[in-house]
Design a protein around this ligand. Structure first.
Ligand SMILES: N[C@@H](CCC(=O)N[C@@H](CS)C(=O)NCC(=O)O)C(=O)O
Length: 113
């Protein structure tokens, strides 16, 4: 299904990947604007939001610009998910995995001393 949304993103951005996984999971097609390859898109984004970070979802029907990958994912499932919740591969957060991994590692090292 095509939705009246535009995602501002760039390829190597993990937060953008999370949003793109959510779009794929929901079977949604949206306009994609790569801010690294499209200087106009970056300028447009900055003018509208006052920030340069991605992902940002532009919701055309109420002319809203939604930043923050978690908020975008929450919006997508609430609006298009028919009661579904985001699966684990969408919820996974690389930063959190690293932090939890380091804490577990430290605890294991302390326990083995
Ligand atoms: N908390 C934000 C993080 C967004 C973020 O840090 N995006 C990075 C790319 S992965 C970015 O746009 N960096 C460019 C900059 O800081 O100017 C989210 O979850 O969407």
């Amino acid at each position: 299904m095509r939705a009246p949304l535009t995602l501002y993103y760039f390829d190597s951005c993990p937060y953008c990947l999370r949003v793109r996984r959510a779009l794929a999971d929901l079977g949604l097609e949206v306009d994609l604007k790569n801010v690294n390859t499209d200087p106009g898109a970056h300028e447009e984004l900055y003018r509208a939001t006052g920030r340069g970070t991605v992902p940002v979802l532009r919701i055309h029907e109420d002319d809203r610009w939604l930043p923050e990958s978690r908020d975008i994912v929450q919006f997508l499932y609430a609006r298009f998910g028919d009661g579904r919740k985001p699966p684990l591969r969408v919820r996974l957060d690389l930063q959190r995995i690293i932090v939890v991994g380091v804490v577990v590692l430290v605890l294991v090292v302390l326990a083995l001393r």
